[in-house]
Design a protein around this ligand. Structure first.
Ligand code: FAD
Ligand code: NAI
Length: 477
């Protein structure tokens, strides 16, 4: 006998679990099917983000920052700490506790909202009347058959592999392996200076590894505003000590018994490098295999993502897709907002996801964050703009924190003064970027930010000062 639901969500990551909860809140009978198993082989909700992505990476970033601070920053405060040691096992145990706590929390929310929590791999089987038939298997055996009025595909993404190089998560690591190293490698190689490469490289560098990052693109962080990216390159190479090589052409990569040999070309010269561990972080690919897309004719786009319109509608009636498996940035908050919007659209509401105002954060130290257009984009689009910048160097709160590095840049329309972008590198800019998101959503002008009272002393004063600078009224510049 099939179980009947109004809405079945495939995938329990930040897109899927949020969509299921919202659907249930709107009065639908909802189920969420998720296949993820933790290293103990137990189901664990939360998808990539909670289990092997956003949350564990931030836990390790914090642990490694603390270790670094004890060694390098505490003395300035007059605090002597001798014999500081890193217990990697304890660091990983803390990370696992955080994951387990949050995963259990999602299970609790499912119970509270009466979302059926089904473990297994879901695949489209066909259509029964006006219902979609979904089969759920676990370890190859069929465990459930579901019939659903609406299906939301939220199957997420997986690491892109380097052609010809197998990931074993012992020597050659993807994000799962990079988050689970049980000892600090002496020589860590990273292929790809994107978000994962920079975050994971920072963790293991701060814990003592020599880190070399090999990036194919000639431009560092090409998606970021280049003034901020240049500042980031300087501090990440000089202060954090990451050895970032740009414009690299990766050649043969061979995993031996204890190390990995990487041959690459840089500025026309052939280089041979040897690493104890190698992280491959060259982007991610959508999870559509085994979903039965071909069985029901679910259309994929030319890059293999489930093809959707602006409202996350697929080519099939009442089949929706959200998050990493569809176009757009691979970010947890983007996935969640699409999930909420789809559930509300199924309920007949008219939600809107503003793709132009999605915040980006890279959790290096200092952090990098932005929302809206970069200066390069505005130039390319021929938009006339004005800009204001201000640094954290003289900000009292940043100095007190001992993190007075970085800057804020605001970009506003030259005629209307409407804020078009806010770009930052500095302490806790992951939090500060929200001011830009709110301002842009409310279509604020840079003058609005300049006239709003910001607490003193606070990091947000740098945004205030940048907004004043946009109008050539900087008080401390
Ligand atoms: P996922 O989180 O990938 O969840 C999909 C789920 O569906 C998985 O559990 C998968 O097992 C399951 N599944 C797949 N196929 C099936 C099937 N057929 N049947 C049943 N279940 C299935 N984003 C941020 O915004 N901030 C960050 O700080 C951040 N840090 C990251 C750090 C790392 C190391 C990585 C790898 C990613 C990070 N991301 C971050 C990206 C973020 O994890 C993703 O954007 C987000 O998880 C996408 O959510 P999703 O719900 O679309 O998919
Ligand atoms: P990415 O797209 O951020 O970066 C991949 C990098 O690898 C790019 O700079 C690319 O030029 C480079 N590259 C590609 N092929 C290469 C090759 N053959 N040789 C050398 N370099 C090559 O992808 P990444 O870091 O794997 O992360 C995947 C996604 O996960 C991100 O795009 C992001 O959406 C998400 N993420 C978000 C985080 C956050 O929000 N803080 C943290 C980590 C991941």
């Amino acid at each position: 006998m099939s179980q009947q639901f109004d809405v079945v969500v495939i995938g329990g990551g930040p897109g899927g679990y949020v969509a299921a909860i919202r659907a249930a809140q709107l009065g639908f009978s909802a189920a969420c099917v998720d296949a993820f198993k933790n290293p103990e082989g137990k189901p664990s909700l939360g998808g990539t983000c909670l289990n092997v992505g956003c949350i564990p990476s931030k836990a390790l970033l914090q642990s490694s920052e603390n270790f670094h601070a004890v060694q390098h920053d505490y003395a300035k405060h007059g605090i002597t700490v001798s014999g500081a040691k890193m217990d990697v096992g304890q660091m990983l145990a803390r990370k696992t506790d955080i994951i387990n706590k949050n995963a259990a929390g999602i299970g609790f929310l499912f119970k509270k909202n009466k979302v059926a929590n089904i473990h297994g791999l879901a695949a489209f089987k066909g259509r029964q009347g006006d219902k979609w038939v979904i089969e759920v298997t676990d370890n190859g055996a069929v465990v459930d058959t579901l019939e659903a009025g609406h299906v939301i595909v939220a199957t997420g993404s997986s690491p892109r592999a380097l052609p010809g190089l197998a990931t074993d998560n012992q020597l050659v690591l993807d994000n799962e392996g990079a988050l689970a190293l049980t000892a600090v490698p002496k020589r860590l190689g990273v292929i790809g200076a994107g978000v994962i490469g920079l975050e994971m490289g920072s963790v293991w560098k701060r814990l003592g590894a020599e880190v070399t990052i090999l990036e194919a693109a000639p431009t560092f962080l090409a998606a970021a505003d280049q003034q901020i990216a240049k500042e980031a390159f300087k501090t990440l190479t000089k202060d954090t000590g990451l050895d970032i090589k740009l414009g690299v052409k990766i050649g043969e990569v061979k995993a031996g018994k204890k190390s990995v040999a990487v041959n690459y070309e840089l500025n026309g010269e052939a280089v041979k490098a040897e690493f104890d561990k190698l992280i491959v972080s060259i982007g991610r690919v959508p999870n559509t295999q085994g979903l039965g897309a071909d069985v029901v004719g679910l259309a994929l786009d030319e890059r293999g993502f489930v093809a959707v319109d602006d409202h996350c509608r697929t080519n099939l009636p009442n089949v929706w897709a959200i998050g990493d498996v569809v176009r757009g940035p691979m970010l947890a908050h983007k996935a969640s907002e699409e999930g909420v919007a789809v559930a509300e659209r199924i309920a007949g509401q008219k939600p809107h996801v503003d793709f132009g105002v999605i915040p980006w954060v890279i959790y290096t130290s200092p952090e990098i964050a932005w929302v809206g257009k970069t200066e390069e984009q505005l130039k390319a689009e021929g938009v006339e703009y004005k800009k204001g910048t201000s640094g954290f160097g003289a900000n009292g709160r940043a100095l007190g924190l001992g993190q007075a590095q970085g800057m804020v840049k605001i970009l506003a329309d030259a005629k209307t003064d409407r804020i078009l972008g806010l770009h930052m590198i500095g302490p806790m800019v992951s939090e500060l970027v929200s001011e830009g998101v709110v301002s842009m959503e409310f279509k604020a002008a840079s003058e609005d930010l300049a006239r709003i009272i910001h607490a003193h002393p606070s990091l947000s004063e740098v945004i205030h000062e940048a907004a004043l600078a946009a109008d050539k009224r900087a008080l401390h510049g």
